[in-house]
Design a protein around this ligand. Structure first.
Ligand code: CS2
Length: 499
């Protein structure tokens, strides 16, 4: 294996054309049209790839200034290689490599907050996009209201000129633009939140109102926060991935990104100013993204989280491995078909389900269940609990959804059924773990965490009874056996219904 110590950069792209597509435009002419907060792998495999196509089509206004809000690792990896990186698109058929040039600059916010604010307040910047994960919004997941006592929000309200949080940066930069008589940028959330644009708008306005009522009114009147549904599976890059890219190139890429061939982005046509011609790169521009976003959060992410919690308890490691389990794939497929799809309004749900199952089976991705399992407190409300509420309102069965939620409660005890332990990564980890260890009634203690379950679900006897039953069944006979029994029972019930 050739593991040269040379790194890719602008001057070393030509020899790579035999192995990868490379930027075909003059990177030195690109303007900083987008500031992106949250420079993780997902952004680099998704929005940056669409923007790369817009740049390649000749519109050089859309270079991306990527901002890491916490760590320096991405900037440290990418800046020495002129912010170039490899996108490796993997399927069962093989791998396609593309070098992405859309990232013009990478910044680390805690090191240079002013540079970040100046980039956002630059007249050439028209869009501030975000992938800061659910917890980066500093909101209460159940009510989606800004947590004024969140340490980052409290800090930013006290020091608005030197923010830490994404919301603090956005409000400060908008204030700077207003002062400069510039129009606001469009705030484009690309996280898996329900109504991500509307939700972000609510948080930005709640923060702005605390700082300056005039500013809040200006944002409310002129600001734009389109909702968007984003979709592409992006597992964490491993050392093996780096070595593979280096072996092909004969040159290192400090941080390539791995993904699947499938990609989707549905964005509402509600921009405050210009935007890239993303539709020519395959983005679907719509007037209302909600049907897509609901379907994606409930079908894809709901299934993903269920696979993660149940799969981990059963001893699986990756999504494709869990999809080779004897009972899990059928359970997931039935959960989507019988319990989730009827709550949705997007057309083509049968085909969507089939595509999702196919994507989950992709053996080339090695998507770790623990990656999906993290931050469950922030994910469950929109992935599973909203669906449960919709079904309860309609008087419908919630068995499979509750089995998955019970799986999360069991997962919080940090031990697989075989007794292997793991760490819990969740902003509410301390209270979740304390409740999971409650000696008298762990289920009740967990369901009382209102940031996750609200106050309605723990008060609903249908929900509580289902969760209790599955939780105790899993504890007694193990997750695999509990799943097998549930599947057999539901098969009989559903056949009787059909007959
Ligand atoms: C996953 C998502 O990590 C997770 O929670 O469910 O990142 C998922 O892979 C993407 O939303 C797919 O678009």
């Amino acid at each position: 294996m050739n593991t040269s110590s040379q790194f890719i950069n602008n001057g070393k792209l030509q020899p790579l054309v035999a192995h990868a597509s490379i930027p075909c435009y003059d990177r030195s002419l690109v303007a900083p049209g987008i500031v992106h907060l949250g420079l993780g792998a997902f952004h680099r495999a998704h929005q940056a790839a669409y923007t790369e196509a817009a740049l390649a089509a000749g519109d050089l206004r859309w270079g991306i200034v990527g901002v890491s809000l916490r760590q320096a690792d991405t900037r440290d990896a990418l800046a020495p290689q002129d912010n170039l990186y490899t996108l490796a698109i993997r399927s069962e058929q093989g791998e396609r490599l593309q070098i992405i040039g859309a990232l013009s600059k990478s910044l680390v916010a805690p090191e240079s907050p002013l540079a970040v604010l100046e980039a956002m307040a630059d007249a050439r910047c028209h869009i501030v996009s975000l992938t800061v994960t659910e917890k980066g919004y500093c909101y209460d997941p159940a009510s989606r209201s800004l947590m004024l006592d969140h340490p980052d929000i409290a800090h930013d309200l006290a020091n608005p000129a030197a923010p830490r949080s994404a919301i603090g940066y956005i409000v400060r930069a908008l204030a700077m633009r207003r002062q400069k008589n510039l129009p606001p940028f469009t705030v484009l959330s690309c996280d898996n939140l329900p109504a991500n644009g509307v939700t972000t708008r609510g948080l930005v306005l709640a923060f702005a109102e605390k700082v300056d009522a005039g500013l809040a009114a200006w944002i409310a009147q002129h600001g734009a926060f389109p909702n968007a549904m984003v979709d592409r599976i992006v597992p964490k890059t491993t050392e093996e991935d780096r070595a593979r890219v280096a072996a092909v190139f004969g040159m290192q890429d400090a941080w390539p990104v791995m993904t699947e061939a499938f990609t989707q982005w549905v964005v509402e046509d509600k921009f405050a100013g210009p935007r890239p011609a993303w539709e020519q790169a395959g983005v679907t521009i719509v007037s209302d993204a909600q049907p897509y976003e609901h379907a994606k959060l409930r079908m894809l992410n709901g299934s993903h989280s269920s696979l993660a919690y149940l799969g981990i308890l059963m001893g699986h490691t990756t999504v494709d491995q869990a999809m080779r389990d004897d009972n899990l794939p059928q359970f997931i497929s039935d959960m989507m078909e019988v319990e989730i799809a009827p709550t949705l309004s997007r057309p083509g749900l049968d085909q969507y389900r089939a595509e999702l199952l196919q994507r989950f089976r992709n053996p080339a991705l090695k998507h770790q269940l623990h990656q999906i399992a993290m931050d469950g407190s922030q994910k469950l409300p929109q992935r599973l609990l909203g669906t449960i509420r919709a079904r309860l309102d309609a008087g419908l069965e919630i068995q499979r959804l509750c089995f998955a939620v019970a799986g999360w409660l069991r997962y919080l005890a940090c031990s697989t059924d075989a007794g292997d332990s793991y760490a819990l990564s969740d902003p509410l980890a301390a209270s979740l773990q304390a409740a999971a260890a409650d000696v008298s009634d762990p289920v009740l203690a967990l369901l009382k965490i209102s940031a996750v379950f609200g106050t309605d679900l723990p008060a609903d006897p249908r929900f509580v009874a289902q969760i209790r039953m599955h939780y105790h069944q899993m504890a007694e006979i193990g997750t695999a056996m509990a799943l097998q029994e549930l599947t057999a029972e539901l098969d009989v019930m559903e056949q009787q219904h059909a007959g």
